[in-house]
Design a protein around this ligand. Structure first.
Ligand SMILES: Cc1cc2nc3c(=O)[nH]c(=O)nc-3n(C[C@H](O)[C@H](O)[C@H](O)COP(=O)(O)OP(=O)(O)OC[C@H]3O[C@@H](n4cnc5c(N)ncnc54)[C@H](O)[C@@H]3O)c2cc1C
Length: 377
């Protein structure tokens, strides 16, 4: 067993951290306030190879491993959680299923565009009436001549506003699990932006409701086998949850850093509050949980690269990291006293951004269902 990161990992962490410090953090509060899409971040992420991190070089990607992916998403999210999710969706939820289940033609056609940032990808599983219970989806795809015709509504689609390619799950038969996955270029006739959500956190990342009004795509835009799309969705989420664990970890680390800095500067009763055991213990607990979350994340990223199934380990890593981040942002606000409640201080934003990590790519309740099924049978 080797707990050492490679020189490539260390270099990547340094590069992404410097980018986050120099270009993401200074604009973070601005984009949070305006909810504008941070085009400049996306462009720079593409230049750094962060939009196709584990996509092989032959398809225009960076050809790195999943640990590199986790490191990059953590560091981007340390800068701003929206930057983290923009990259995580493109890599983990769009490039990944094409790489694992797509045809050679699909890989050649789409991966270079996605990895270079020329195109942005989005993932459409959730619907207004089906979230945790995704198999209850109502969107349908029917084959008419040589085209699939998609009809329905998808909710909460991250990256959708500027997306050029959607991975869409739709019902292709009467059986409950007869669901298939499709590649839908955007714009397309009948594909409508219905609503941009006004969110509590990760406000620089757009989240859209999309309408599919008889959207026609070529027959060959099916991913994998017809009727097996739900397996693709679940396998994609196994990998995707590594990205959300990394996002939560980046938020938690940012909260710790802000709280530790503030505790050393802020004085009460004639001394820095960092001298008080009550404050020291909060920071000690945050540091401990961050360490544990990082190890769980590295382990599952390593398993992903070994090609072994890691449904349970992904849920454990995502659940622990998101709840550790919850505790970290809460304590970071507490350490800031009243100033933690004021928007001038980063911890106010971290507090809001963290919350999503316990909701998307499976709520904490869904992670506990997966974990209890594994441990109890
Ligand atoms: C900002 C944001 C971005 C998102 N991005 C995407 C995206 O890009 N693509 C996409 O497809 N989806 C996306 N989602 C959707 C997200 O994954 C869902 O919101 C999530 O899976 C929960 O579904 P729901 O909101 O319908 O809640 P519901 O499934 O209605 O759940 C409501 C509550 O009931 C609980 N619950 C449900 N079933 C059970 C059960 N069996 N046992 C115990 N408790 C249960 C849940 O845990 C939750 O607490 C995003 C959501 C948000 C808010």
């Amino acid at each position: 067993m080797d707990f050492q990161l490679t020189a490539t990992h260390e270099m990547l962490r340094k590069t992404v951290r410097e980018f986050a410090e120099r270009e993401i953090r200074p604009k973070s509060l601005h984009y949070d306030e305006t909810q504008e899409y941070p085009m400049e971040w996306a462009r720079k992420m593409a230049e750094l190879g962060l939009l196709g991190i584990f996509v092989p070089e032959k398809y225009g990607g960076s050809g790195l491993d999943t640990i590199s992916y986790a490191i990059a998403i953590e560091e981007l999210s340390w800068g701003d959680a929206s930057a983290g999710v923009i990259a995580a969706v493109n890599n983990g939820l769009v490039c990944e299923p094409i790489l694992r289940f797509g045809t050679e033609e699909q890989k050649r056609e789409y991966l270079p565009k996605l990895a270079s940032g020329q195109w942005m990808g989005a993932y459409c599983l959730t619907e207004p009436g089906s979230g945790s219970d995704a198999v209850a989806m109502r969107t349908t795809a029917r084959l008419v001549d040589d085209e699939w015709v998609l009809t329905g509504t998808k909710a909460f689609v991250t990256n959708a506003l500027h997306a050029n390619l959607l991975v869409v799950y739709a019902r292709t038969g009467k059986d409950k699990h007869d669901i298939s996955a499709f590649l839908v270029p955007k714009p397309a006739k009948g594909l409508v932006d219905l609503k941009k959500e006004n969110k509590m956190g990760i406000r620089a990342s757009d989240t859209m409701m999309l309408g599919f009004e008889d959207v026609r795509i070529p027959k060959e835009n099916l991913i994998g086998t017809q009727g097996k799309g739900f397996n693709i969705a679940l396998a994609t989420l196994d990998g995707g949850r590594i990205g959300i664990a990394a996002q939560a970890l980046g938020i938690a680390q940012a909260a710790y850093d802000e709280a530790a800095k503030y505790a050393k500067e802020r004085e009460a009763f004639g001394q820095p509050i960092a001298n008080f055991q009550a404050i020291r213990f909060k920071l000690a607990d945050m540091a401990m949980e961050i360490e544990a979350a990082r190890l769980l994340m590295y382990r599952v990223a390593w398993m992903h690269d070994q090609g072994v199934r890691h449904t349970y380990e992904s849920s454990v890593a995502k659940l622990f990291a998101s709840e550790a981040a919850h505790r970290a942002v809460d304590q970071a606000v507490q350490i800031h006293g009243g100033y933690g409640f004021i928007k001038d201080y980063l911890v106010e934003k971290l507090y809001r951004d963290q919350r999503i990590t316990e909701l998307y790519e499976g709520t904490s309740e869904v992670q506990r269902i997966v974990i209890s099924r594994h441990v109890l049978g």
